[in-house]
Design a protein around this ligand. Sequence first.
Ligand SMILES: Nc1ncnc2c1ncn2[C@@H]1O[C@H](COP(=O)(O)OP(=O)(O)OP(=O)(O)O)[C@@H](O)[C@H]1O
Length: 233
Amino acid sequence: MQLEIQNLEVHYGRVRVLHGASLTLGDKPLAVVGRNGMGKTTFCHGIMGLASVTAGTITLDGLPLHGLAPHRVAAHGVALVPQGRRLFQSLTVDEHLKLAHRGKGSWNRERIYDTFPRLAERRQNLGAELSGGEQQMVAIARALLSNPRLIIMDEPTEGLAPVMVEQVVKVLQKLVQEGNALLLVEQNLGVALAVADEVAVMLNGVFERRVTADVLRRDPELQQRLLGVATQG
Ligand SMILES: Nc1ncnc2c1ncn2[C@@H]1O[C@H](COP(=O)(O)OP(=O)(O)OP(=O)(O)O)[C@@H](O)[C@H]1O
Protein backbone atom coordinates (compact mmCIF):
# COMPACT_ATOMS: atom_id res chain seq x y z
CA MET A 1 0.00 0.00 0.00
CA GLN A 2 1.31 3.43 -0.94
CA LEU A 3 -0.68 6.58 -0.23
CA GLU A 4 0.66 9.80 -1.72
CA ILE A 5 -0.81 13.15 -0.93
CA GLN A 6 0.55 16.25 -2.58
CA ASN A 7 -0.23 19.89 -1.85
CA LEU A 8 -3.72 19.22 -0.56
CA GLU A 9 -5.96 22.24 -0.14
CA VAL A 10 -9.41 22.21 1.44
CA HIS A 11 -11.71 25.21 1.87
CA TYR A 12 -14.82 25.59 4.00
CA GLY A 13 -16.61 28.29 2.07
CA ARG A 14 -14.00 30.98 1.52
CA VAL A 15 -11.82 29.90 4.39
CA ARG A 16 -8.87 27.76 3.45
CA VAL A 17 -8.05 25.24 6.18
CA LEU A 18 -5.49 23.02 4.44
CA HIS A 19 -2.76 25.03 2.72
CA GLY A 20 -0.89 22.45 0.67
CA ALA A 21 -0.52 19.44 2.98
CA SER A 22 1.78 16.74 1.59
CA LEU A 23 2.34 13.30 3.07
CA THR A 24 3.35 9.84 1.92
CA LEU A 25 2.45 6.68 3.76
CA GLY A 26 3.54 3.10 3.18
CA ASP A 27 2.87 0.03 5.25
CA LYS A 28 4.52 1.43 8.39
CA PRO A 29 2.14 3.09 10.83
CA LEU A 30 2.20 6.88 10.83
CA ALA A 31 0.69 9.20 13.41
CA VAL A 32 -0.50 12.72 12.70
CA VAL A 33 -0.34 15.02 15.69
CA GLY A 34 -0.96 18.72 16.21
CA ARG A 35 -2.81 21.11 18.43
CA ASN A 36 -6.56 21.71 18.24
CA GLY A 37 -7.89 23.25 15.07
CA MET A 38 -4.76 22.71 12.97
CA GLY A 39 -6.66 20.76 10.31
CA LYS A 40 -6.16 17.09 11.23
CA THR A 41 -9.81 16.09 10.91
CA THR A 42 -10.12 18.12 7.72
CA PHE A 43 -7.14 16.20 6.35
CA CYS A 44 -8.88 12.86 7.07
CA HIS A 45 -12.08 14.17 5.50
CA GLY A 46 -10.18 15.36 2.45
CA ILE A 47 -8.74 11.88 1.87
CA MET A 48 -12.15 10.23 2.30
CA GLY A 49 -13.96 12.63 -0.04
CA LEU A 50 -15.98 14.03 2.88
CA ALA A 51 -14.49 17.51 2.44
CA SER A 52 -14.05 18.88 -1.04
CA VAL A 53 -10.47 19.13 -2.15
CA THR A 54 -9.84 22.39 -4.01
CA ALA A 55 -6.25 21.65 -5.06
CA GLY A 56 -3.67 18.89 -4.83
CA THR A 57 -3.65 15.16 -5.47
CA ILE A 58 -4.26 11.98 -3.52
CA THR A 59 -3.28 8.60 -4.95
CA LEU A 60 -3.49 5.10 -3.53
CA ASP A 61 -1.12 2.72 -5.30
CA GLY A 62 -1.11 5.17 -8.19
CA LEU A 63 -4.92 5.44 -8.47
CA PRO A 64 -6.29 8.96 -8.00
CA LEU A 65 -8.72 9.35 -5.10
CA HIS A 66 -9.16 13.13 -5.14
CA GLY A 67 -12.56 14.19 -6.42
CA LEU A 68 -14.15 10.81 -5.68
CA ALA A 69 -17.28 10.47 -3.53
CA PRO A 70 -16.76 8.86 -0.10
CA HIS A 71 -18.28 5.51 -1.11
CA ARG A 72 -15.88 5.33 -4.08
CA VAL A 73 -12.90 6.09 -1.83
CA ALA A 74 -14.12 3.34 0.52
CA ALA A 75 -14.46 0.96 -2.44
CA HIS A 76 -10.79 1.60 -3.22
CA GLY A 77 -9.95 0.21 0.20
CA VAL A 78 -9.75 3.20 2.54
CA ALA A 79 -11.70 3.03 5.82
CA LEU A 80 -12.19 5.90 8.26
CA VAL A 81 -12.87 5.48 11.96
CA PRO A 82 -14.42 8.91 12.52
CA GLN A 83 -13.90 11.19 15.46
CA GLY A 84 -16.75 10.71 17.90
CA ARG A 85 -17.32 7.07 16.84
CA ARG A 86 -20.80 7.67 15.34
CA LEU A 87 -22.62 4.48 16.28
CA PHE A 88 -26.34 3.87 15.94
CA GLN A 89 -27.93 4.15 19.38
CA SER A 90 -30.62 1.56 18.64
CA LEU A 91 -28.61 -1.11 16.83
CA THR A 92 -26.85 -3.92 18.65
CA VAL A 93 -23.13 -4.57 18.37
CA ASP A 94 -23.86 -7.59 16.19
CA GLU A 95 -26.12 -5.57 13.89
CA HIS A 96 -23.43 -2.91 13.47
CA LEU A 97 -20.97 -5.60 12.45
CA LYS A 98 -23.39 -7.31 10.04
CA LEU A 99 -24.01 -4.00 8.27
CA ALA A 100 -20.32 -3.24 7.97
CA HIS A 101 -19.11 -6.54 6.51
CA ARG A 102 -18.07 -6.23 2.88
CA GLY A 103 -15.20 -6.85 0.54
CA LYS A 104 -12.92 -9.82 0.15
CA GLY A 105 -10.53 -10.47 2.95
CA SER A 106 -10.01 -12.23 6.23
CA TRP A 107 -12.05 -9.90 8.44
CA ASN A 108 -15.44 -11.35 9.31
CA ARG A 109 -17.54 -11.22 12.47
CA GLU A 110 -15.93 -14.34 13.87
CA ARG A 111 -12.46 -12.84 13.60
CA ILE A 112 -13.72 -9.59 15.12
CA TYR A 113 -15.12 -11.44 18.13
CA ASP A 114 -11.81 -13.30 18.53
CA THR A 115 -9.88 -10.04 18.36
CA PHE A 116 -12.26 -8.10 20.64
CA PRO A 117 -13.56 -10.55 23.27
CA ARG A 118 -15.35 -7.67 25.00
CA LEU A 119 -17.51 -7.21 21.89
CA ALA A 120 -18.39 -10.90 21.88
CA GLU A 121 -19.72 -10.46 25.43
CA ARG A 122 -21.66 -7.36 24.41
CA ARG A 123 -22.89 -8.55 21.01
CA GLN A 124 -26.59 -8.14 21.88
CA ASN A 125 -26.19 -4.76 23.59
CA LEU A 126 -27.39 -1.59 21.88
CA GLY A 127 -25.02 1.19 20.85
CA ALA A 128 -26.55 3.40 23.54
CA GLU A 129 -25.67 0.82 26.22
CA LEU A 130 -21.95 0.68 25.49
CA SER A 131 -19.14 2.45 27.32
CA GLY A 132 -16.99 4.91 25.37
CA GLY A 133 -14.25 2.31 25.03
CA GLU A 134 -16.65 -0.35 23.79
CA GLN A 135 -18.11 2.10 21.29
CA GLN A 136 -14.60 2.78 20.02
CA MET A 137 -14.00 -0.98 19.61
CA VAL A 138 -17.18 -1.23 17.51
CA ALA A 139 -16.10 1.76 15.41
CA ILE A 140 -12.71 0.12 14.76
CA ALA A 141 -14.32 -3.27 14.09
CA ARG A 142 -16.68 -1.71 11.59
CA ALA A 143 -13.74 -0.27 9.66
CA LEU A 144 -11.89 -3.60 9.70
CA LEU A 145 -14.95 -5.44 8.36
CA SER A 146 -14.69 -3.49 5.12
CA ASN A 147 -11.37 -5.34 4.68
CA PRO A 148 -9.52 -2.10 3.92
CA ARG A 149 -6.04 -1.59 2.53
CA LEU A 150 -5.63 1.48 4.71
CA ILE A 151 -7.33 2.44 7.97
CA ILE A 152 -7.52 6.09 9.01
CA MET A 153 -8.41 6.71 12.64
CA ASP A 154 -9.36 10.16 13.89
CA GLU A 155 -8.56 10.49 17.60
CA PRO A 156 -9.66 7.01 18.71
CA THR A 157 -8.75 7.59 22.36
CA GLU A 158 -10.46 10.97 22.74
CA GLY A 159 -12.58 11.13 25.87
CA LEU A 160 -11.72 7.62 27.07
CA ALA A 161 -10.73 6.68 30.61
CA PRO A 162 -7.02 5.79 30.95
CA VAL A 163 -7.73 2.07 31.30
CA MET A 164 -9.72 2.13 28.05
CA VAL A 165 -6.98 4.14 26.33
CA GLU A 166 -4.59 1.31 27.20
CA GLN A 167 -6.95 -1.25 25.70
CA VAL A 168 -7.33 0.72 22.47
CA VAL A 169 -3.53 1.06 22.27
CA LYS A 170 -3.19 -2.73 22.58
CA VAL A 171 -5.70 -3.25 19.78
CA LEU A 172 -3.89 -0.75 17.53
CA GLN A 173 -0.50 -2.36 18.25
CA LYS A 174 -1.96 -5.75 17.35
CA LEU A 175 -3.39 -4.41 14.08
CA VAL A 176 0.00 -2.94 13.20
CA GLN A 177 1.79 -6.20 14.04
CA GLU A 178 -0.62 -8.02 11.75
CA GLY A 179 0.47 -5.73 8.91
CA ASN A 180 -2.55 -3.42 8.60
CA ALA A 181 -1.63 0.00 7.17
CA LEU A 182 -2.62 2.71 9.62
CA LEU A 183 -2.82 6.50 9.61
CA LEU A 184 -3.54 7.54 13.18
CA VAL A 185 -4.59 11.05 14.13
CA GLU A 186 -3.96 11.51 17.85
CA GLN A 187 -3.87 14.38 20.32
CA ASN A 188 -2.45 11.99 22.90
CA LEU A 189 1.25 11.92 22.11
CA GLY A 190 1.82 8.89 24.35
CA VAL A 191 -0.65 6.90 22.24
CA ALA A 192 0.88 8.13 18.97
CA LEU A 193 4.37 7.10 20.12
CA ALA A 194 3.18 3.72 21.41
CA VAL A 195 1.60 2.79 18.08
CA ALA A 196 3.38 4.57 15.22
CA ASP A 197 6.91 4.34 13.81
CA GLU A 198 6.81 7.90 12.59
CA VAL A 199 5.00 11.08 13.55
CA ALA A 200 3.98 13.93 11.23
CA VAL A 201 3.26 17.24 12.91
CA MET A 202 0.48 19.37 11.46
CA LEU A 203 0.68 23.12 11.97
CA ASN A 204 -1.82 25.54 10.46
CA GLY A 205 -2.95 23.26 7.66
CA VAL A 206 0.41 21.91 6.51
CA PHE A 207 2.77 19.20 7.72
CA GLU A 208 5.56 21.10 9.32
CA ARG A 209 7.78 18.23 10.32
CA ARG A 210 8.08 14.45 10.22
CA VAL A 211 10.19 12.58 12.77
CA THR A 212 10.64 9.01 13.90
CA ALA A 213 8.78 8.04 17.05
CA ASP A 214 12.13 7.09 18.64
CA VAL A 215 13.58 10.57 18.16
CA LEU A 216 10.45 12.29 19.47
CA ARG A 217 10.12 9.89 22.42
CA ARG A 218 13.62 10.73 23.67
CA ASP A 219 13.32 14.47 23.27
CA PRO A 220 10.84 16.18 25.61
CA GLU A 221 12.12 19.55 24.45
CA LEU A 222 11.17 18.75 20.85
CA GLN A 223 7.78 17.48 22.05
CA GLN A 224 7.27 20.75 23.86
CA ARG A 225 8.35 22.84 20.90
CA LEU A 226 6.25 21.02 18.31
CA LEU A 227 3.16 20.38 20.35
CA GLY A 228 3.30 22.30 23.59
CA VAL A 229 3.03 19.03 25.49
CA ALA A 230 5.43 16.41 26.74
CA THR A 231 4.83 12.75 27.51
CA GLN A 232 5.35 11.76 31.09
CA GLY A 233 8.03 9.33 32.20
N1 LIG B 1 -17.44 22.20 8.55
C1 LIG B 1 -16.66 23.26 8.82
N2 LIG B 1 -16.99 24.49 8.42
C2 LIG B 1 -16.21 25.56 8.68
N3 LIG B 1 -15.04 25.49 9.35
C3 LIG B 1 -14.66 24.29 9.79
C4 LIG B 1 -15.44 23.11 9.56
N4 LIG B 1 -14.79 22.06 10.12
C5 LIG B 1 -13.68 22.57 10.67
N5 LIG B 1 -13.58 23.89 10.48
C6 LIG B 1 -12.46 24.77 10.92
O1 LIG B 1 -11.29 24.32 10.28
C7 LIG B 1 -10.18 24.36 11.17
C8 LIG B 1 -9.53 22.98 11.28
O2 LIG B 1 -10.44 22.09 11.92
P1 LIG B 1 -10.14 20.53 12.11
O3 LIG B 1 -11.32 19.93 12.81
O4 LIG B 1 -9.70 19.94 10.84
O5 LIG B 1 -8.90 20.59 13.11
P2 LIG B 1 -8.27 19.46 14.02
O6 LIG B 1 -6.81 19.65 13.93
O7 LIG B 1 -8.83 18.15 13.68
O8 LIG B 1 -8.76 19.92 15.46
P3 LIG B 1 -9.42 19.06 16.63
O9 LIG B 1 -8.33 18.28 17.21
O10 LIG B 1 -9.94 20.14 17.53
O11 LIG B 1 -10.51 18.22 16.02
C9 LIG B 1 -10.70 24.90 12.49
O12 LIG B 1 -10.43 26.27 12.53
C10 LIG B 1 -12.18 24.64 12.41
O13 LIG B 1 -12.89 25.59 13.15
